[in-house]
Write a protein that binds this ligand. Sequence first.
Ligand code: SF4
Ligand SMILES: [Zn+2]
Length: 161
Amino acid sequence: MTAAHRPACHGKPADWWDTGDDGNRLALALCGVCPTRDGDTCTAGIPDPHPHGVIRAGIAYSDTGRRLPICRCGYPQDDYLGGQPTDCRRCRVPDVPIPDPRRVFRWRVRDLHLAGIREAEMARLLGRSPSTIRAVRTAEGWTRTKADTHAATGRTDRKVA
Ligand code: SF4
Ligand SMILES: [Zn+2]
């Protein structure tokens, strides 16, 4: 076999042709210029009329033998179950709920409060004013730490000799 007739996958990692592998985009590109490709058919080796879980002749097949659409990013949509093709899993934005920043701020104040951190220190750590910290704590019913009360009143537990 001359180089001009050699399959484009010859000598390349076979994993690239396993549907879902990170090498799929390259595999599809190589199939696209392969001299042993005949339309949708790969004529190299022993003919496989029903490929499963692999890329052959530029077509990506699922584990069940379904032809998979190619996403605009160039990868097969390997979790495609039928219907209108959408973005592949690589392009989909994770569906993670973004918490309200005000709630996140309250959670952080609560955690610091439970850890016994004083208002002034919380303000420094959270980059907010002590009065903002105090407003959150008052609204949530979290009472001041003993140290805060002493700081506000100027009292101290230290006994004077
Ligand atoms: S068409 Fe067949 S022989 Fe050619 S690169 Fe693709 S899988 Fe390999
Ligand atoms: Zn994609």
